[in-house]
Design a protein around this ligand. Structure first.
Ligand SMILES: *Cc1c(COP(=O)(O)O)cnc(C)c1O
Length: 387
């Protein structure tokens, strides 16, 4: 074994010892809210393909057409020769969809957060950063890359945020608040009307990650930020979840986007998204505004699932969306329940530390518009049997 591998082997052994070793398993999305894994069809409660667009014929067809027309690669990074007319047209479409002056494409949501946050923080040395404790790993990575210490407020506790802004932010040259509109592991929402008011009162900029709201919530699925045009400085979201494709966007003012084009390393030094990716996004944007029926169905399924979990005595926190946690507590118990459900034909992944805080291991149940009410009832019955 090489010297590197023996170091890595020792590190993996520590992960094993903590019972936290993870492995990759081949899985394929299938119709009717199913996936195929190990040759078995399972009812899927673990994917983020909320609207069923990842296999929609309009998306696959347009990805194919744009590939036939423009090829498989974009050729270079955006500032060199990688910007095509299609990139610029799509960015204008995204800005219109989000109700902002401008928008910028990124290779992925992780990359957008890890690129944009350090770029923003570099603009004003000494800026104070306030983060909800449960923000996504990619936002933490962005703050860490900037080498800035974050002031973390308790999850969705805006009184705590206000206290921190007053005590830690008052003397700073600028303030930035980072949060999500729908939290990825809890399925609850941030109170954006109050957050925008707090940001304005404390002269702070507000950055909202709409990874799980884009396509699903807000007017025509345009995200919760679309309910308050012009009040949020910077919105990001991904095309890889409800929009069924890949890549991400940042939307905001023209000045913000011009600044990012000039400073965001993860935008400048990476190859432009290729035609297939752009085509799928373009087709998704054709469909999403008209999918109110799917959104209403997702909301009804969420209510049905939460009522059923109540009847089983399981905590679902403050979920009010298509993401419903069933909080189990101990890591082993959550893992055991997930394994029993898989044996019974349901894919309901257990989420455990470090992704969620210790003692809150859970099933993260993600709904798909192609689920039926009977799928929810069958899942609840299986959870009841397993418990
Ligand atoms: C999934 C996710 C991301 C990352 O987006 P990708 O496009 O998958 O890289 C960022 N933020 C949140 C809240 C997410 O859930």
């Amino acid at each position: 074994m090489s010297r590197l591998d023996s170091h890595l082997q020792a590190a993996l052994a520590r992960i094993d010892k903590a019972g936290q070793r993870r492995t990759l398993r081949a899985t394929a999305l299938a119709p009717r809210g199913r996936v195929i894994r190990d040759g078995r069809e399972l009812v899927d409660f673990s994917s983020n393909d909320y609207l069923g667009l990842a296999r929609h014929p309009l998306l696959t067809e347009r990805a194919r057409e744009w590939t036939a027309r423009d090829g498989t690669g974009s050729g270079a990074s955006r500032l060199v020769t990688g910007t095509s007319a299609a990139h610029l047209a799509l960015e204008a479409r995204i800005a219109a969809f989000k109700g902002t002056e401008a928008a910028l494409l990124f290779a992925s949501g992780w990359q957008a957060n890890a690129a944009v946050i350090p770029a923003l923080l570099a603009a004003t040395p000494g800026v104070a950063v306030f983060t909800d404790r449960l923000i996504h790993a990619s936002m933490h990575a962005g703050v860490a890359m900037a080498g800035v210490r974050q002031h973390r407020f308790r999850h969705n506790d805006l009184d705590h945020l206000e206290t921190l802004l007053a005590s830690k932010g008052a003397d700073a040259p600028a303030r930035l608040i980072l949060t999500e509109s729908v939290f990825s592991m809890d399925g609850d929402r941030a109170d954006l009307p109050r957050l925008t008011a707090i940001a304005e009162a404390h002269d702070a900029a507000l950055f909202v990650d709409e990874a799980h709201a884009t396509g699903v919530l807000g007017p025509q699925g345009r995200g919760l930020s679309a309910e308050m045009p012009g009040r949020i400085d910077l919105v990001m979201g991904t095309f890889s979840k409800a929009l069924g494709g890949f890549g991400a966007y940042v939307a905001g003012s023209r000045v913000l986007i011009d600044y990012l084009v000039n400073t965001a390393s993860g935008f400048i030094f990476t190859t432009a998204p290729p035609p297939a990716v752009l085509g799928a996004i373009d087709a998704a944007l054709d469909l999403v505004p008209g999918m109110d029926a799917e959104r209403a169905h997702l909301a009804a399924l969420g209510d049905r699932l939460r009522e059923g979990l109540d009847a089983l005595g399981l905590d679902h926190g403050h979920s009010s969306t298509q993401i419903v946690p069933a909080v189990i507590g101990a890591e082993e118990d959550a893992m055991a329940l997930s394994a029993k459900l898989e044996a019974a034909g349901f894919l309901a992944s257990a989420i455990r530390p470090p992704t969620v805080p210790p003692g809150t291991s859970r099933l993260r149940l993600a709904l798909r518009a192609s689920h039926s009410a009977a799928d929810i009832d069958a899942l609840l019955a299986a959870i009841g049997d397993a418990l």
